[in-house]
Write a protein that binds this ligand. Sequence first.
Ligand SMILES: [Zn+2]
Ligand SMILES: [Zn+2]
Length: 349
Amino acid sequence: MHRQSLVDYGKSLVATEAPTPEPRGSEVLLRVSHCGVCHSDIHLQDGYFDLGGGQKLDVRGNRPLPFTLGHEIAGTVEAAGPDAKGVTPGKFYAAYPWIGCGTCGLCARGDEHLCNAPRALGITVDGGYATHVIVPNPRYLLDVEGIAPEIACALMCSGLTGYGAIKKAMPHLRVGPLLIVGLGGVGLMGLQFARALTDKPVFVADIDSAKRAAALKLGAAEAFDPADAGARKSIAKAAGGGVGAAVDFAGSDKSLAFAQAPVAKGGAAIVVGLFGGSFTLPVPMFPLRALTIMGSYVGSPAEAREMLDLVKAGKVAPIPVDMRPLAATSTSLDDLRAGKVVGRVVITP
Ligand SMILES: [Zn+2]
Ligand SMILES: [Zn+2]
């Protein structure tokens, strides 16, 4: 099999060859047809996340090098182990990548994406910047019939991240409308899921006027510029006092400070983005505002299926996709790092 491998942190990926693995037990071998290039791959390539104030979160862990990144995977079944039931060779699937140990309490309650001993594809075990990938069990193969393959793969990360966050916001909308802060790919995806899940107005905020315009086209009720000094007050006013939930898809100190400000009493701010930084709020504000601040990380296998149902029902407009060959993986990461990518780059090995 051909791969584009991480051989050293902070360095470009390089082409490597390895014997094509043979699926054992319940494993399934997928022939990768599409693998989306995600912003978090840049952090994995660096080996750390920026925590602000010069602090770094080391994510090098005990990942064996060379390692194959790529967690937004779709492809066809090439072979299956003797215990892999219900898989048809040649059938096309998206692979749910956020795989857990399968035995701990978190996995038992269906939250495999939060498992502390993850086997996440392209994160802790070899992923999809390759011609082949091993998926440990057919239950992680998701039916994406009717969805374009280059869209189906990207849904496993950006789509699921948007859906998982918006779902957490839903119970808080009895308090007031929804605010979405940060209108990159995940934010715009989140906006569309929100429009599918609630009739409440959805307000949006981003410093980029083109992104605000795109969000208004997708049905946002009103768009605000966080750089505008009066924006927080304007949002609270438009929301009739405050928003029920604010979802921060940027995840910086500035964006969270902005997002939580117009949250009404009893409401919630949900942090999704991983931009970095640190944030302070006077402790008495939590009880006085009955404020919840929570994090959201991708989504569970059940949420992935719910999300796919919404997409199959035509509730989500396709994102612009730029398809490139396997050999272009490393330069694609460079382009993403340089902010030179519009929409999603998808590798077609
Ligand atoms: Zn991702
Ligand atoms: Zn587990």
